[in-house]
Ligand binder design. Structure first.
Ligand SMILES: [Cu+2]
Length: 668
């Protein structure tokens, strides 16, 4: 945080986009990134000014990271090939959830980029202490807030930023105003973002890709005599915003988040900590306000979803347990989901998509960190988690008119919908300093994840998939088992101060990973005749992307049912860089992931990012810095057959883009 007498800072971002063929991206993110090592094995980026719309874009700047983008304000985190809820995404330490059944309001996009502070990922095995379910790693995102100072005297803190992007005629403004001294801090922050449909080739536009969002946040903190307390209230309103790869667009999304934390430093290494949050959200999406409405008025749909959730985490750190310290934790997280689908042209029509669905998790863990031998550090943890899930009885117009849909409803209502899951996670990381400039690293883990509520409780074949965007309809499977992942990560960190007279600050940090997932949950072609009959009656003439027999009035190849299969993922991610002379540096990333289904018919996993990388050159002089980037991705031909993924190929043509940013910052 820069301390200014008033928000004097005006950040001017000149974004020049020379070439943008990567249709999946509305704007190419352009930013100045300062890489910073937090602790060995973690990467944290702290961007300066940026042309990126939301925090999800910063995932492209961490090794192994990627974004599944379904709209300008809808990005879903992908890390080493796993995405969505498998990635434990934390926003200011909270596991926020989307209210939307298709994750239109995914937490990866929660923080507007102008209020974004940092993103952190773990490059070895993600420690079990970082979250309840960390099968796909933990991504920690932080927003800007007021900070304590070292002085008695109060000082003002501030920050302001504004920008414009040409492709969508978009503009944003954001600011933070705060006061703080050594014992007290308080702030108000807010942002506004607006943009029209993304245009390309002069006359063409992506329908619908406009966006509109307003946020504000109030926060304060107290500190003294080893105690620290903090509270924030965060409000977000998203208006008409497009999600072109999903069947509907956002009409609105209203979200409130309350967060409290307390830390007590008892001295000599003893620490107590508590974090609690409460989130509620109300969301409506439809298929007729932002995109061309279906000509058949019977096909108009509007869905309203509600979310109420909260979580807590107690930790105690005990020093001197052997040559290290032990952290014990107790955490819980409860969520209640409701969703109903309607047709504004027929007030009698309804489908209770999800009715009082609970997904509650309660967990305890122990994690030890220490240095048992010289130059050899270990982090090792074990976590037990109990997951409780249940759903209320459902109904809907199709179940009153279609015999097969009635059977599905009655079957669902008669089933034992309550499910209890007991799972154990283990994670271990070893780091050995082979030489002053070389660390060897090794991580081993077993991680688990209980099914999502969509995977269990989608009772009619519908496109409620948490944002898969594959154009298929899915039916749930109440009896699904938890996923079990067995993971190994290995690599090294090479760091050299100097190489010759000119080259310095050199780093080269590759990692290789392999993961076998037992009971991996994905869609399989539905075979249940009742499900297929219901789909045919509900969706007459339904075709889906790459339907092998379009127009045959047979929905069966568009209907998938969630199932446990076995899968493996492996790959590598590398980050490297060096500085030349006093003013120039080069940094780069390279990511490769391969995902395969192993049980049944051979297949690739869905939506795995292709081989991709970036190279960034930065020229700094006085307080100016100028960066230019080269972003590239290869064609992805290892696509999933179960949902005929080759439909999306034109979105991953080889892309080459150069972007530039000039940022002007005052001396700190
Ligand atoms: Cu939605």
């Amino acid at each position: 945080m820069r301390k200014l007498s008033l928000p004097k800072l005006i950040a001017v971002a000149i974004v020049s986009q020379i070439h943008g063929v990567w249709a999946e991206y509305e704007e190419l993110p352009t930013l100045v990134v300062e890489g910073e090592m937090m602790e060995p094995g973690t990467v944290s980026l702290q961007p300066g000014s940026t042309g990126a719309l939301d925090a999800a874009d910063f995932l492209n700047y961490v090794p192994g990271g990627n974004v599944n983008r379904n709209g300008p304000l809808t990005g879903i985190a992908q890390f080493r090939g796993l995405f969505g809820e498998r990635v434990n995404l934390l926003t200011n330490d909270m596991a926020l959830k989307p209210a939307c059944t298709n994750a239109m309001d995914d937490p990866a996009s929660h923080i507007p980029s102008s209020l974004f502070q940092s993103i952190t990922v773990y490059r070895e095995v993600t420690p079990v202490s970082t979250g309840l379910e960390t099968i796909g790693g933990t991504v920690q995102m932080k927003s800007r807030e007021s900070e304590f100072t070292d002085e008695k005297k109060f000082s003002l803190q501030g920050f302001g930023s504004a920008g414009y992007s040409g492709v969508s005629n978009g503009h944003y403004g954001a600011g933070l105003f705060g006061v703080a001294n050594q014992h007290f801090r308080a702030h108000f922050a807010g942002s506004v973002e607006r943009g029209r449909d993304y245009r390309f080739d002069r006359t063409r536009r992506v329908n619908s890709s406009k966006y509109s969002r307003e946020t504000y946040e109030l926060g304060f903190g107290l500190r003294g005599a080893g105690h620290e307390f903090g509270f924030t209230y965060d409000n977000k309103y998203t208006g008409h915003s497009g999600t072109p790869s999903l069947p509907m667009d956002i009409l609105f999304d209203r979200m409130s988040i309350y967060r409290g934390e307390y830390h007590w430093d008892l001295g000599s290494g003893w620490k107590l900590s508590f974090l609690g949050f409460y989130q509620n959200a109300n969301h409506v999406m439809n298929n007729f306000s932002s995109r061309p409405a279906p000509t058949n008025k019977k096909r108009w749909r509007e869905a309203e979803t509600e979310l109420e959730t909260g979580g807590y985490k107690f930790t105690v750190t005990i020093p001197n347990i052997g040559p290290g310290s032990l952290q014990l934790g107790f955490d819980g997280d409860v969520a209640l989901h409701n969703a109903v689908i309607r047709n504004p042209n027929n007030t009698a029509f309804f489908v209770s998509n999800f009715e009082d669905v609970n997904r509650n998790r309660y967990s305890v863990y122990a994690e030890w960190r220490g240095e048992p031998f010289e130059k050899f550090t270990v982090t090792t943890g074990v976590r037990y988690r109990y997951t409780y899930m249940d759903a209320g009885k459902v109904d809907g117009t199709p179940a009153r008119k279609i015999a097969a849909a009635k059977t599905l409803r009655d079957r669902f209502n008669a089933a034992d919908r309550r499910q209890d899951q007991h799972d154990v996670d283990v994670g271990m990381n070893f780091r050995y300093a082979l030489r002053d400039s070389v660390d060897l690293v090794l991580g081993l883990a077993r991680k688990t994840m209980a099914p999502t509520y969509q995977q269990r409780y989608t009772w009619l074949p519908l496109e409620s998939t948490g944002g898969l965007a594959d154009g298929r309809v899915y039916i749930g499977n109440i009896g699904l088992d938890s996923e079990k992942s067995y993971e190994v990560v290995a690599g090294f960190d090479l760091r050299l101060d100097h190489w010759g007279d000119w080259i310095h600050d050199i780093y080269f940090e590759p990692r290789g990973f392999y993961r076998y997932i037992n009971d991996f949950i994905q869609g399989q072609r539905a075979t249940d005749p009742t499900v297929l009959a219901a789909a045919n009656a509900m969706l007459p003439g339904r075709t889906c992307p790459n339907d092998p027999s379009p127009g045959d009035n047979d929905a069966s190849d568009c209907v998938l049912q969630w199932a446990n299969v076995n899968a493996q993922l492996y790959g590598t991610d590398i980050q490297a860089g060096l500085a030349v002379g006093d003013h120039f540096r080069l940094d780069g990333l390279l990511n490769y992931t391969r995902g395969q289904k192993l049980s049944g018919k051979d297949d690739n996993l869905y939506r795995i990012a292709p081989l991709n990388g970036l190279i960034r050159g930065t020229f700094s002089w006085w307080d100016f810095s100028f960066s230019t980037e080269l972003v590239g991705a290869l064609h992805q031909d290892k696509v999933a057959d179960y949902n005929k993924e080759n439909f999306g190929l034109e979105c991953v043509e080889p892309a080459l883009a150069v972007s530039a940013l000039l940022s002007l910052c005052p001396r700190a």
